[in-house]
Design a protein around this ligand. Sequence first.
Ligand code: HMG
Ligand code: MG
Length: 298
Amino acid sequence: MKYPANVKIVEVGARDGLQNEKQPISVATKIELIHKLVDAGIVHVEAGSFVNPKWVPQMAGSAEVFQGLVRKSNVTYAALTPNMQGFEDALQAGASEVAIFGAASESFSQKNINCSIAESIQRFEPIMLAAKSANIKVRGYVSCVAGCPYEGDISVEKVAEVSRILFEMGCHEISLGDTIGVGTPAAVNRILEATAKQVPLENLAVHFHDTYGQALANIYAALEMGVSIVDSSIAGLGGCPYAKGASGNVATEDVVYMLNGLGVKHGVDLCKLIAAGNYISHELGRVNGSKVAIAASS
Ligand code: HMG
Ligand code: MG
């Protein structure tokens, strides 16, 4: 079997994970979590998002989070930005990379960002221009690649098309989101086969939620196809407020354990990572969502 020699882990727990929490989480706790993740060797961390706080209240303190971080020069501290207002706020707060987020499903686009897919592309255009002149890289998300909570099946052609548009606009990386965690390895094969015809494989990331327990198997399938960027969430935190029932992303600890077993390099210290996951689980008052963390901590 061939796997990439190195995998870049994009840690989304402080954003995708915490955005879904109902209970208040202090800015200090978010900052502490990010510091622990970076100390464990994570070099790309999503630290927050600049969206309407009426829509996603938990991300309201993102500017304070960015401003309070003690940064390391080799680490990317990224933010989600749906429009120019979000981009300007992210820039002001000191985000070192931003992400625009579109979807392969019209209904999800409407529910999540209140516009059609075509309108979202128009909203993203000025962000791309402004990011270029500010020398900021932009990541592009495509949600609902394996299914939509409102529409059900989504065609791989649509996934590939939206991915191509975002890539041609200048996104350096396209993250394929199985937002509701319904995909299986066979679906991942089909999605990647279609999308890799439009976007080079080295620019594709996989972002799998674990609702149906398929995320690790799906990542394995993606690795076999040559994908080398994997999104994951510490302690398996998360979900999407506009995808009811969607559980967290695959746990970073579980991904790292699997990569260790496969002999794939990633630069993350599993013990420190588990400690970071136990920290946030304790703060949230819940059982750690990583099986590896539970096994290793018992
Ligand atoms: P809208 O209502 O269409 O925006 O929302 P608008 O331009 O018409 O403005 C209406 C109001 O929103 C105004 O305030 C604006 O100032 C405010 P008012 O005058 O009424 O007081 N507003 C903003 N406030 C703060 N920051 C902003 C901003 N923009 C407008 N950037 C909008 C459009 C996108 C803002 C809204 O729909 C929204 O905030 N949606 C939240 C989407 C979200 O965060 N979803 C979760 C993240 S995506 C995800 O989890 C999926 C992913 O993980 C991949 C996967 O799993 O598939 C990435
Ligand atoms: Mg997500």
